[in-house]
Design a protein around this ligand. Structure first.
Ligand code: NAP
Length: 338
């Protein structure tokens, strides 16, 4: 008898999510209908944007209702297929569920071929986070060689790729991250020119030293006080790409803080938010470039792997505590074959 475990949203989190906000329930293994595919989850992605789906208000993805099965990007194995493009044993990726097994329309799945690297890379450097870094750097920030680029959450899934792509563009790159170990990783493994541990340093002082010529491009993953500090160093005509504001995702009220918009006037700087989903028609281009860079060794990447579907909530909450280096994934093992 095969058991299918699924995580549902037990209640809406207040502040940082806790275990009580999630419930692991048992359900039948679903039957795939016409053109649908039954997938056994091998890797599940937990991502910061999911926090927005847990609240009732609007975010850029639809809110989950209490009791809904949580969804996320998955790499899995096809168990049964009613779709002409897929057969049992194929490895696929798509937006599925926090579950051992899930059914998806075959039209919404993509085959996974990550070459020499783990299939889980399809959730990170070769997946949505890698594409976010690619479009954020090439299209939004668009730095010139010689520019100084700063990236926050620099050791994470998106930030680690952003810094390396800016280096490939000939920029001077400074990363901000939350531990000495992460800063060492940026400088020693990823080729960043400098790193700042915001947990252990006054970011304003550290930036004064790290960016003596100011900041031409800022890739903002976090918002809050780190972004306030970077704004004080923007150069004339600087660009800010707003990718995420993770420092604010668990706030219940409207964030307040130093108002820095006057900087944009003085510096004639521009700030642009973006969503990777808007670049869907160009995903193939991004994947092709990223595969090339990973194969050539120009882009290195790390993953933090948590074992067991039952630990997915901890892996998710860990994103807000800086537990991950590189992409956070959950390795899921079904109890037996369907
Ligand atoms: N616009 C888009 O289309 C798009 C797509 C993907 C992701 N995003 C956004 O990009 C950002 C990074 O996402 P990711 O998937 O790559 O996650 P990630 O960077 O792999 O993980 C999140 C990291 O954020 C840092 N962090 C957490 N709380 C923080 C705080 N209060 N202040 C400063 N840093 C904090 C932690 O690292 P430290 O140890 O350094 O604190 C943590 O490891 C998120 O804001 C996400 O929402 C946007």
């Amino acid at each position: 008898m095969v058991t299918n475990r699924q995580f549902v949203l037990a209640r809406r989190p207040e502040g940082k999510p806790t275990d009580d906000d999630f419930e692991l329930v048992e359900a039948d293994v679903p039957d795939p209908g016409p053109r649908a595919v039954l997938v056994r989850t091998r890797y599940l992605s937990v991502d910061p944007y999911m926090r927005g789906r847990m609240r009732a208000g609007e975010s850029y993805a639809d809110p989950w209702a209490v009791g809904d099965v949580l969804q996320g990007a998955v790499v899995g194995e096809v168990v049964e297929s009613n779709h002409p493009d897929f057969a049992a044993g194929d490895t696929v990726t798509g937006n599925l569920q926090w579950a051992d097994y899930a059914v998806a329309d075959g039209d919404d799945l993509v085959g996974v071929d990550t070459g020499d690297v783990s299939d889980s890379a399809a959730l990170g450097v070769l997946g949505m986070p890698g594409r976010t870094a690619y479009f954020g750097v090439t299209d939004v920030l668009d730095p010139d060689p010689g520019d100084t680029v700063v990236v926050s959450a620099a050791a994470g899934a998106v930030g680690s790729v952003v810094g390396q792509l800016a280096k490939l563009n000939g920029c001077r790159v400074v990363g901000i991250a939350g531990s000495d170990g992460k800063v060492a990783h940026l400088e020693d493994d990823l080729g960043f020119d400098a790193g700042i541990n915001y947990a252990d340093a006054d970011v304003a002082d550290a930036l004064a030293e790290a960016v003596p010529d100011g900041v031409d491009g800022y890739f903002d993953n976090v918002g809050g006080p780190i972004t306030d500090a970077v704004f004080d160093h923007l150069n004339v005509r600087a660009s800010v790409a707003v990718c995420g504001q993770i420092a604010l995702y668990n706030d219940e009220g409207v964030p307040t803080g130093p108002r820095k918009l006057h900087t944009l006037v003085e510096k004639r700087a521009s700030v642009e938010g973006f969503l990777v989903g808007d670049y869907a028609p160009r995903f193939a281009e991004a994947t092709e470039r990223l595969v090339g860079w990973v194969q050539s060794g120009d882009v290195a990447f790390r993953e933090t792997v948590v074992d067991g579907l039952e630990n997915a909530p901890d892996a998710f909450v860990g994103l807000f505590e800086g537990e991950n280096v590189g992409k956070q994934v959950v390795r899921v093992e079904a109890e037996s074959d369907a």
